[in-house]
Design a protein. Structure first.
Length: 126
């Protein structure tokens, strides 16, 4: 029962974050599955990819498209390249120790957060 409640909580939180910011997979779903549901890094990553395959992003993307807030050309190019690079990197990730992946994930999230925070803070001081 706890896992179902954890999955529902992860779904609600990641849905709201995705709707507001266009993110959710790596930032919300993967840590949620690891810490609320007890999944390993590899199972959390694989499950996240399965969740986001199409239906989840599609609903939010339609609303952004209707509001004129999308670039179809950019999306098609990025999706094509992303498909190939995700396939290739997932083959490598399957062979890497899960603790190393977890550490790398944490460092990546911190670096992205710092970059966004630092570049935004400068806008407030002008």
């Amino acid at each position: 029962m706890m896992s179902i409640l954890a999955f529902v909580a992860i779904g609600i939180i990641s849905g709201v974050v995705m709707g507001f910011f266009g993110i959710a997979g790596g930032i919300v779903v993967v840590p949620g599955l690891m810490y609320l549901a007890g999944f390993s890094q590899k199972i959390a990553s694989g499950t996240n990819l399965l969740v986001l395959l199409l239906p989840v992003s599609f609903a939010a993307a339609i609303e952004y498209y209707r509001a004129g807030n999308t670039s179809v050309k950019a999306a098609l190019i990025i999706a094509s390249v992303m498909c190939v690079s995700a396939w290739f990197s997932s083959r490598i990730a399957a062979k890497i120790n899960a603790d190393y992946l977890r550490l790398a994930f944490g460092v990546l999230v911190i670096l992205i957060g710092l970059y966004i925070s630092i570049t935004t803070i400068g806008k407030f001081t002008k």
